[in-house]
Write a protein of this length. Structure first.
Ligand code: FAD
Length: 441
């Protein structure tokens, strides 16, 4: 490390965004403390504070690339632990818009594993950094400001045994997730809460784990079935470590998949292609069915606030949480970490860091937000501020989906866009538009 920007940085939350934040900060601060409300143990388990970690979590290609930038050899660790490495074009059997997308070797690889296992691999690497400490069983209760309330100088902590403490900080990053208390804490210091954009989807997940045997999917590595109006439901089945499958059913607009066996299978049977139901009936279940509900895509616009305390940042789901069906959350967290790393690299001190970072974070969030919000307006019950031209774009994108049944060039660009490798405008390139129109004429 060259001359550090500060002595001590603190991160609230030891989930994906928090671990990534700590990794970036470790290059610029003498010490970094991650404060996590749950006890943190070296196991691949979903903690109480992250019930979503029990559900299917796919890591997009751009997410894997960015994680490997911070944690070289991560792919090897994942693979050694039983994660499945696959080609995004060749290994996915993916039904959408009335047919299967045409499988082809895309050269774009992804890693498939459970979310707790991925997090464990990353956590171990973060814990191995000499200047990072994870303090589990420690809840952050409030921000401690300087006398003029212009900057954050510490955090009010509460331990499991009820004891309180003030931790002095030079910089704090809030990565405490969608339920982040930052809006409330800002108000307590006399600042405004950020404006919020919510796109309501009333989406439900139901997930079950099954035993995996060779040949379960006839050579493919994962199965995805996307229903479209009037059956606004989906099923994804991915292989994970421990020779297991994780299967997640999804319903939009309050059509929540049930958590009883018969209801779970019936939901799968209602999908427009029989493969998911056939597969789930054959497999041996080895867990209960767990549910999760997500009322809305939610974005907090910190970049628009005229005043914000110095030495304080917010990242990850605390800024923006998307419909998980598009698997963007962890990749978005990694992209935000990259934006912040860039801002820190160009800094001589911490003055005005906040002002420089929030617009960059907002720019990073724009792309996944645009994709999730745009796609969700395809579903009948979705409500919220609809960007101008969404219906027109969706009508074209529907043709893109259908073109992927036959045209691997279009499918390749589509995969790049969905994996956040290329911007959505790549699908509007004249050569692609021509192929889409020809394939769906
Ligand atoms: C059902 C579901 C499925 C998903 N599937 C995918 C997927 O396939 N691919 C993908 O990329 N993303 C997916 N996501 C999104 C992904 O889980 C998140 O984007 C990712 O976990 C980053 O979250 P985070 O670290 O910002 O917050 P979280 O994961 O919510 O973590 C917040 C952490 O902060 C801690 N905390 C909270 N308050 C305090 C406090 N006051 N003091 C101390 N600690 C505190 C919590 O205990 C928790 O550990 C999914 C989300 C859901 C809900």
């Amino acid at each position: 490390m060259s001359e550090p920007l500060g002595r001590h940085a603190a991160v609230i939350g030891a989930s994906m965004a928090g671990l990534l934040a700590a990794r970036v900060l470790s290059d610029h601060f003498a010490s970094v403390t991650i404060l996590e409300r749950d006890e943190v143990v070296d196991e691949a388990i979903a903690r109480k504070g992250q019930p979503h970690a029990r559900h299917l979590h796919a890591l997009l290609a751009e997410g894997l690339r960015r994680l490997e930038h911070y944690f070289p050899d991560l792919r090897r660790d994942l693979s050694d632990g039983g994660a499945v490495i696959g080609d995004m074009g060749q290994d996915i059997r993916w039904y959408a818009f009335g047919g299967f997308r045409r499988q082809f070797p895309s050269g774009m690889t992804g890693a498939l594993m459970s979310r707790p296992f991925l997090e464990q691999c990353i956590r171990r690497r973060v814990q191995a950094l000499p200047n990072v400490t994870i303090r589990g069983g420690t809840q952050v209760d409030a921000l401690v400001p300087d006398p003029g309330r212009a900057r954050v100088t510490g955090l009010q902590l509460k331990a499991r045994d009820g004891s309180a403490e003030v931790l002095a900080t030079d910089l704090v990053v809030d990565t405490s997730g969608r339920g982040s208390a930052t809006p409330k804490w800002l108000e307590a210091l006399g600042y405004s809460r950020p404006a919020e954009t919510a796109i309501t989807i009333h989406m439900g997940y139901a997930t079950r784990v099954f035993r995996r045997k060779p040949g379960d999917l006839d050579g493919a590595k994962l199965l995805m079935v996307l229903g479209t109006s009037p059956v606004e439901r989906a099923c994804n089945v991915i292989p994970v470590e421990g020779e297991r499958w994780i299967a997640t059913l999804t319903g939009w607009g309050g059509d929540y998949p049930p958590d009883d066996e018969a209801g779970f299978l019936e939901f799968a049977r209602s999908l427009p292609c029989p493969d998911a139901h056939a597969m789930l009936t054959r497999l041996e279940p080895i867990s209960d069915i767990v549910q999760h509900r997500l009322p809305a895509n939610l974005r907090r616009h910190y970049e628009r606030l005229p005043r914000f305390p110095e030495r304080y940042l917010v990242m990850g789901d605390a800024v923006s949480s998307f419909n998980p069906a598009y698997a963007q959350g962890m990749t978005s967290a990694a992209m935000q970490a990259g934006a912040r790393a860039e801002a820190l690299r160009g800094s001589r001190d911490l003055t005005c860091l906040t002002r420089r970072v929030f617009p960059r974070l907002a720019a990073m969030v724009d792309r996944p937000w645009q994709l999730a919000a745009g796609e969700d307006f395809r579903f009948r019950a979705t409500t919220g501020p609809k960007p101008f031209g969404t219906d027109l774009v969706n009508a074209y994108v529907e043709r893109v989906h259908r073109a992927t049944h036959t045209d691997t060039v279009v499918y390749g660009v589509f995969l790049d866009v969905m994996n956040l490798v290329r911007p959505p405008t790549s699908l509007m390139h004249p050569g692609i538009v021509w192929r889409v129109l020809r394939a769906t004429a």
